[in-house]
Design a protein around this ligand. Structure first.
Ligand code: MEV
Length: 430
């Protein structure tokens, strides 16, 4: 069991699926229902029908484990749900390099969400903000007296802030921010209910008219950070020295810091990792996406969410900071057995731990992408996996897929038609 608890599981990707499942079972202490959920999507038709409207069925994606994560001294296997080949392999490889240099250091903020109330038609616009703030205790009490599961866990309204937008197209506008500690929940429902509950009180205090009452997805009080380093020599290849690779990665990173066109793609690579963990754990990945991109543009220009530099010893240092409004209780996480299994596999004890692991996955994913781009280009790896997928799609068996893929690559003809021909030829030969 001790050996299993190290996330550096040798040649995990080479093992047959059943063996990978057995490793997952031991790692997450999964029961029969959990294993069943991994095989049949974790959501019954009846549950699906209750989850959204107009349901006609269910839709599956693969769930995989990214290996090698060592974060704050603890081993993790990261569950990832994603349709894109290469992502999980690249992430595991990156995590291995970080691991060999001591792993990731990660931290996160308390689970503080921002809820917004839009106030218009204020009779005394200049003084309305101060008036609202002077009644802060009463307003926060009105939220917290409502109780609920988040309050029972020690969360609730913490503070009020007021932002002023004079002379907009919609007139003078005041925006009240309610800062709300959602504990282990993402908290969207709790905060939206709280905003709707206190809106009439804010109208009475200010004499204004409330329009919108909704949380902000720019959850910049709920940031997660991860950092780590990789020795230059671990980046050397037969085509480039480690130092050259470090320099090329830093150049790639600077490109994404200065150019929004590149930053969008750079951050997409980060979100390949982050979204995959969010999907696996039943989290609202669109909320996390929205927050990440808004945060990337916080200084007025859209930039990368990561930073890569060379340290004094010539090694590569990377860091990420990203808002991560996630939950481990409530929402889809509660209903979806697959999400429950993902959380068991992660073994996180708090939402902050989930955010820290997710940030590390984002950083690893970004490293893998820019390392590939700054060295061989990403197509080499992609085409290898694409060839394997074609081999399977052409009717090749699991056992044959690798050989067929290699033949497609050797012939420089990575096409479904050719894969079908090879499958036929192999069948004839056997
Ligand atoms: C592809 O899904 C993601 C990349 O484009 C990210 C990047 O360019 O950094 C490879």
């Amino acid at each position: 069991m001790d050996e299993v608890k190290r996330s550096s599981i040798g040649r995990f990707y080479k093992k047959p699926l059943a063996e990978r499942q057995a490793i997952a079972q031991a790692w997450g202490q999964l029961n029969g229902d959990d294993l069943q959920a991994l095989s049949d999507s974790g959501l019954s038709l009846a549950q699906a029908d209750l989850m959204i409207e107009n349901v006609i069925g269910r839709y599956s994606l693969p769930i995989a484990l990214s290996t090698n994560f060592l974060i704050n001294g603890r081993d993790y296997l990261a569950p990832m749900v994603i349709e894109e080949p290469s992502v999980v392999a690249a992430c595991s490889y990156a995590a291995k390099l970080f691991r060999e240099a001591g792993g990731f250091t990660a931290s996160s903020d308390e689970s503080i969400m921002i809820g917004q109330i839009q106030l218009l038609d204020l009779p005394a616009f200049e003084s309305a903000g101060a008036l609202i703030l002077s009644r802060k205790e009463q307003i926060l009490r009105a939220v917290n007296e409502r109780g609920g599961s988040i309050a029972a866990r020690g969360g609730g309204a913490l503070d009020l802030e007021v932002r002023s937008f004079p002379g907009t197209l919609a007139g003078d506008m005041l925006v009240v921010h309610l800062l709300y500690d959602t504990r282990d929940a993402m908290g969207a429902n709790a905060i939206n209910s709280a905003l709707e509950a206190i809106a009439p009180l804010i109208e009475r205090i200010s004499g204004g008219r409330v329009n919108l009452r909704i949380l902000s997805n720019l959850s910049d009080r709920r940031l997660a950070r991860a950092s780590g380093s990789i020795p230059a020599q671990a980046l050397a290849s037969d085509r480039a020295t480690g130092e050259q690779v470090v320099d090329a990665i830093v150049e790639a990173a600077v490109f994404a810091e200065i150019d929004p066109y590149r930053a969008a793609t750079h951050n997409k690579g980060i979100m390949n990792g982050i979204d995959a963990v969010m999907l696996a754990t039943g989290n609202d990945w669109r909320a996390v996406e929205a927050g990440a991109h808004a945060y990337a543009a916080r200084d007025g220009q859209y930039r990368s969410l990561t930073r890569w530099r060379k340290d004094d010893a010539g090694n590569l240092q990377g860091a990420i900071e990203v808002p991560l409004a996630t939950g481990i209780v409530g929402g889809a996480t509660r209903v979806h057995q697959g999400a429950q299994v993902a959380l068991k596999l992660l073994g996180v004890e708090s939402v902050r731990e989930l955010a820290e692991v997710t940030a590390a996955v984002g950083l690893a994913q970004n490293f893998a992408a820019i390392r590939a781009l700054a060295t061989d280009g990403i197509q080499a790896g992609h085409m290898r996996l694409h060839a394997r997928q074609l081999a399977l799609a052409a009717g090749g068996s699991e056992a044959d897929a690798q050989l067929i893929a290699q033949q497609l690559i050797d012939e420089d003809c990575i096409r479904l038609e050719r894969a079908k021909e090879i499958v036929k030829e192999r069948k004839r030969e056997s």
